[in-house]
Write a protein that binds this ligand. Structure first.
Ligand SMILES: [Zn+2]
Length: 612
């Protein structure tokens, strides 16, 4: 039996109760949760432990970050908190943004900017990595870090601290993840005390940057706090602890008047706002929908992400100089000559993955998955690894003379989100529907889940996006009838095809939908999915129709070592693939193009001026 799952029927295919990731695995939710989500969803997340990445670049990046933070010095991580609490504080100073420093003089000298700010994110990344791997030394490290942090909680920590909301939000995330995913019994008591410590330093409600600037502030950095991102983790803290104080705090910091109300009404209030934190805030709106059933907040999240997608680069990245541009201004094209800070990549990708997962769960719309894979292959998967010294990849550079570099300050924000987004690769790859499974990302991986008391495994093999072919092997303890749905990207060409056990599937493979095959699946069944990767050009914005990037399927291609080459549209579209390279003729000589993950130290160029 087979059926095509159009987007409309996909939307109707099931209304379930949202369950937080990991809850099924740990069973903790049932013991501690005070609520059931009120906002219905079409899809649900799998637990971290249900998805194992197999050999490939995504597993490589996840493992590198996991090993990096498993090896990091615990005394060094705890030092800023112990120092403020007046405790013995052994171990080295990490430096950069992470350690207290008298040098701090924003915006000229950012050393000592937000001490301890990424502690919670490193803890969260480890907790999610533990959930995905079950690695005991990781769990033991999490328990030591939570205990060490709990001992160092002090009301003095936030005295004279420029961004209390920012740092506390990450601590909240780390502690609720340590509780949820690493079964840390001390994490929620620590969160309660950490909340007591920060409350005197929280503003009365979420503040915009102009509102912060209108208040007394010792220096400019006090106007950069991100109180409007607090609700997401407060809602999660409420769900995971049952303590209503967190629910009340979440509602208090929903930035309705200045942000969610106009977004919900279709008013694009993004221009000139700080990019990453306002995308991150859309996840707070999504939680408001899930927890309270607030349709207004869902509209705000959907419209907000829609406005972001409408002003994205061909890579899926957004926000040059960490700011949104005026629609219709040609601002994206202008940035190609004026900045190298084109997209804040680990933070931006983390926020993008998160809001896309929320909106896919809520709506079932697979076009959100298209935007996730664009950001995956063209931004974060090309981020250079963290350095033990604390230097981190931060900005993707789309300047006409682009290059990959590390951020000059050690331990910036992006060192915190990088291990989180890579730990989330598995749960971003598959979703559970009421009638089966949606395959969202095409990545070597193994999904195992319980279906009507039977263990079912899907093993996915592919070298996509460098090839068209994706193969899925089914294993089931007993034959089971369910649906396996595959995302059909909006760019998929007419030769996209699907075969079950070697026989061509005759259902519809409409772009921007999911193709759903419902039948009795048994061990040995094989799905062969071939995605027709169309080659196309995409203009940077409507004001510059002849400034174009070359895209093959989900992969945006960068011209390397030839920044001044001139191409015609036909030359670009005729680029020939050879493994992980593409060759296009130009006015002078053939030019090599690469995807972002394959660029090392060579100069590259994303956009090309072509004749109309
Ligand atoms: Zn960042």
């Amino acid at each position: 039996m087979r059926k095509r799952l159009s987007r409309r029927s996909f939307l109707k295919s099931g209304v379930g109760t949202a369950v937080a990731a990991g809850a099924l695995r740990s069973g903790l939710l049932a013991q501690t949760t005070a609520t059931v989500d009120k906002g219905p969803t079409v899809l649900r997340q799998f637990a971290y432990s249900d998805v194992q990445l197999l050999d490939g670049p995504m597993l490589g990046q996840f493992r590198a970050n996991h090993e990096f933070f498993l090896a990091i010095d615990e005394d060094a991580l705890l030092k800023p908190f112990r120092q403020r609490a007046g405790l013995a504080a052994p171990g080295p100073d990490m430096g950069g943004w992470y350690s207290w420093s008298d040098e701090f003089d924003p915006p000229n000298n950012m050393t000592g900017y937000v001490p301890g700010h990424t502690f919670g994110q490193y803890l969260s990344g480890l907790a999610r990595a533990y959930a995905a791997t079950g690695d005991q030394p990781t769990q033991a490290k999490i328990h030591r870090l939570v205990q060490g942090f709990a001992e160092a909680i002090s009301p003095k920590f936030y005295v004279g601290y420029p961004l209390p909301c920012y740092t506390f939000d990450k601590i909240n995330c780390g502690l609720i993840d340590a509780h949820q995913f690493a079964q840390d019994s001390g994490a929620l008591p620590a969160l309660s005390r950490a909340t007591d410590a920060v409350i005197p330093y929280l503003p009365p409600h979420a503040l915009t940057r102009p509102e912060m600037a209108a208040r007394p502030h010792p220096n400019i950095s006090y106007t950069w706090d991100e109180s409007y991102t607090l609700p997401e983790n407060f809602f999660l803290a409420w769900k995971r602890s049952g303590d209503k104080r967190y629910f009340d705090l979440a509602r208090r910091f929903l930035q309705d008047t200045d942000y969610f109300d106009p977004l919900a009404a279709g008013d694009n209030v993004l221009p000139h706002r700080h990019a990453y934190s306002h995308v991150n805030a859309l996840s707070s709106a999504s939680q408001a929908y899930l927890v309270m059933g607030s349709e207004k907040h869902l509209r705000a999240a959907r419209n907000g992400l829609g406005f972001v997608l409408a002003q994205s680069f061909a890579t899926g990245g957004w926000g040059p100089n960490e700011s949104f541009v005026e629609p219709g201004s040609g601002g994206l094209a202008d940035s190609l000559n004026t900045t190298h800070a084109s997209f804040e990549t680990p933070c931006g990708a983390y926020g993008h993955f998160k809001i896309v997962r929320y909106l896919m769960r809520i709506t079932g719309d697979t076009r959100y998955g298209d935007s996730m894979e664009k950001v995956l292959y063209n931004t974060i998967l090309g981020a250079d690894p963290l350095q033990p010294s604390g230097f981190s990849f931060y900005y993707s550079d789309y300047n006409n003379h682009g290059a990959k570099v590390y951020y000059p300050e050690k331990w910036p924000c992006c060192s915190g989100t990088f291990p989180q987004v890579t730990a989330d690769y598995g749960i971003s790859s598959y979703f559970r529907s009421n009638d089966g499974v949606l395959v969202n990302l095409f990545v070597p991986s193994r999904l195992s889940f319980d279906l009507k008391g039977t263990r079912v495994t899907l093993e996915q093999q592919t070298s996509y996006p460098y090839s068209n072919e994706v193969t899925l092997h089914v294993t089931a303890e007993t034959p089971q009838t369910f649906a396996i749905a595959l995302r059909v990207p909006a760019w998929a060409g007419p030769h996209t095809s699907l075969a079950i056990n070697g026989r061509r599937w005759e259902g519809d493979l409409h772009p921007a939908t999911a193709a759903s095959v419902q039948r009795e699946w048994k061990t040995g069944d094989t799905i062969e999915y071939s995605l027709d990767r169309t080659m196309r050009l995409e203009a940077v914005d409507a004001q510059h129709p002849n400034t174009v990037a070359l895209i093959d399927g989900p992969l945006t291609l960068f011209a390397t070592n030839s920044p001044e080459s001139r191409f015609t549209r036909a030359q670009l579209l005729a680029a020939r693939q050879n493994g992980s390279l593409w060759i296009a003729d130009s006015a002078i000589a053939p030019v090599t193009f690469k995807g972002f993950p394959d660029i090392r130290h060579e100069e590259y160029r994303l956009y090309h001026e072509v004749a109309g």
